[in-house]
Design a protein around this ligand. Structure first.
Ligand SMILES: Cc1ncc(COP(=O)(O)O)c(C=O)c1O
Length: 390
């Protein structure tokens, strides 16, 4: 990319960056879309004479490079890194930034897989953690162990209760203690929220969700703003090797190009679903950060462009009724995961959050989580109405 083009692109709008950042049409063929470089190795022009720095595809692959440049531009970071899954990204990050006897503060309602990584994997290597509510800055400050805490980890909004953490305030608390702030931005996506511009040091993504957006690829990403942190991650990305393959990187990059339009439709549809559920007699409570009654509404309004495509709600009649609603939905497919173009419905107590039953993280048995897709909204509302038993 010429310097002029690169500077121009950095200053351009989100959708322009989503479509163009990270890749210039191939100089030889003019290919507008990066090819899937299905190659493990690269011919050298004499020993050490690498073309563009490519030597072996664990270290770097041009399709992955395009994705990494693109997601870095979307998050307004300095460098991006693409991994085989969100958890692979998280594991690499923890290895890069922490050692034995270090300490991490984690949200008390973190994604279960993230919590399991801390509680059952990293703990075996001496990394300790304390859980604190993401919406309570004082509790996060109190959980920090001065000198030992290397990372304050947050998700906002959280899964499935959609709690909101104040990124700017938590960044100040983390930095005061000499720790880095890591924000899992999976639920919001960079279209709705850019944590690095609010003081976070590292952004984590399960690109499996909104970034990929089509439920056809599992992937993860890290984006950083500090080049010294980037160097540590780059070293560990190559040393651990849990990288995104070229086809996965290509699918994720294709998804990112339409992130803005998809997110707007996810939000439009979610708002209509929230309005519908809020007036429904079979519904006990609707949880959505866009509602003024949501305790995180004010912070979410400050740091998010809109409120996202995930809606949680509690039904009247307890668990049996919630399970029935999940079973009766048809356009909303019963399944785990989220962030794809298709609407999904799930029962967190029995599905995504079954592993935290009996702990402080246990969710209410009458809770249902929706990942509102981009189908015709009237079909979504009719489906929910039918499922709720009208
Ligand atoms: C918020 C969040 N972070 C991280 C992950 C882990 O990502 P992956 O499933 O791509 O490993 C998930 C997966 O559901 C998630 O929801």
């Amino acid at each position: 990319m010429s310097e002029h083009t690169s500077e121009h692109r950095q200053k351009s709008g989100f959708e322009t960056r989503a479509i163009h950042a990270g890749y210039e049409p191939d100089p030889m063929t003019g290919a507008v879309i990066p090819p899937i470089y299905a190659t493990s190795t690269y011919k050298q022009d004499g020993v050490g004479g690498m073309r563009g720095g490519y030597e072996y595809s664990r270290s770097a692959n041009p399709t992955r490079t395009a994705l990494e440049g693109n997601i870095a531009a979307l998050e307004e970071g300095e460098r991006g890194f693409a991994f085989a899954s969100g958890l692979a990204a998280e594991h690499t990050l923890l290895n890069a930034l922490c050692g034995p006897h270090d300490h991490v503060v984690v949200p008390d309602d973190a994604y279960g897989g993230t919590y399991r990584l801390f509680a059952k994997v990293e703990s075996r290597w001496g990394l300790t953690h304390t859980a604190a509510p993401v919406s309570d800055v004082d509790a996060i400050r109190a959980a920090i162990e001065p000198g030992e805490t290397k990372i304050v980890w947050m998700e906002t909004p959280t899964n499935p209760l959609l709690n909101i953490g104040d990124i700017e305030a938590v960044a100040a608390v983390a930095h005061e203690a000499g720790a880095l702030l890591v924000v899992d931005n999976t639920f919001a996506s960079p279209y709705l929220q850019r944590p690095l511009t609010l003081g976070a040091d590292v952004v984590v993504h399960s690109t499996t969700k909104y970034c990929g957006g089509h439920s056809d690829v599992v992937g993860g990403a890290l984006v950083v703003r500090d080049l010294a942190v980037a160097e540590r991650i780059a070293f560990h990305q190559n040393s651990i090797g849990a990288v995104a393959g070229p086809f996965d990187a290509w699918l994720t990059l294709r998804g990112l190009k339409t992130l803005g339009v998809r997110m707007d439709r996810h939000c439009d549809n979610a708002e209509k679903v929230v309005e519908f559920l809020s007036g429904h007699e079979a519904v006990e409570e609707v949880i959505y950060p866009g509602l003024e009654s949501h305790p995180g509404h004010e912070v979410a309004s400050r740091q998010m462009k809109r409120y996202g495509g995930i809606v949680s709600f509690r039904v009247k009649g307890g668990e049996a009724r919630a399970l029935e609603v999940c079973d009766r939905a048809e356009v909303f497919t019963l399944g785990e995961s989220l962030g794809g173009v298709e609407s999904l419905i799930e029962h967190p107590g029995r599905m995504t959050h079954a592993s935290v039953a009996g702990t402080d993280l246990e969710v209410s048995p009458d809770l249902i989580r929706l990942s509102v897709g981009i189908e015709t909204v009237d079909d979504l509302l009719a489906d929910l109405d039918r499922a709720l038993g009208s």
